[in-house]
Design a protein around this ligand. Structure first.
Ligand SMILES: [Zn+2]
Ligand SMILES: [Zn+2]
Ligand SMILES: [Zn+2]
Length: 111
């Protein structure tokens, strides 16, 4: 069972910052290898800055579907808008925050 840290408010990894229907993923942070629902949770609970995943690490399991608890690689996550296992829709608004989690230049080059 994967542990999700931070102020999680339900059993689908919604947190006090992001809690719409689609906010169902948690992200493993490269810096501490802990799953948090969002960067603000990380900021509140950790005293170090976020380090982002580099493009040679996009095959790492770092995205957790909060509904079925399936882990996805960063590549899988960047190429889908839903969980590959349970088909729950992921929040497309998260794209605005990719640079906080992943090497942003590498993500842009993909599209
Ligand atoms: Zn960290
Ligand atoms: Zn949060
Ligand atoms: Zn799922």
């Amino acid at each position: 069972m994967v542990t999700v840290y931070g102020p999680v408010i339900d059993n689908q990894t919604r947190c006090k910052h992001y809690k719409t229907q689609k906010d169902i993923i948690a992200i493993k942070f490269k810096c501490c290898h802990k799953y948090y629902p969002c960067y603000r949770c990380h900021e509140e609970c950790e005293d170090h800055p976020i380090s982002v995943w580099g493009k040679d690490e996009f095959d790492k399991l770092a995205i957790l579907c909060g509904v079925c608890k399936t882990e996805h690689t960063i590549n899988q996550y960047l190429n889908t808008d839903q969980c590959l296992n349970c088909r729950s829709a992921f929040n497309e608004g998260c794209q605005k925050h990719y640079h906080l989690y992943f090497d942003y230049a590498a993500v842009c080059k993909r599209s």
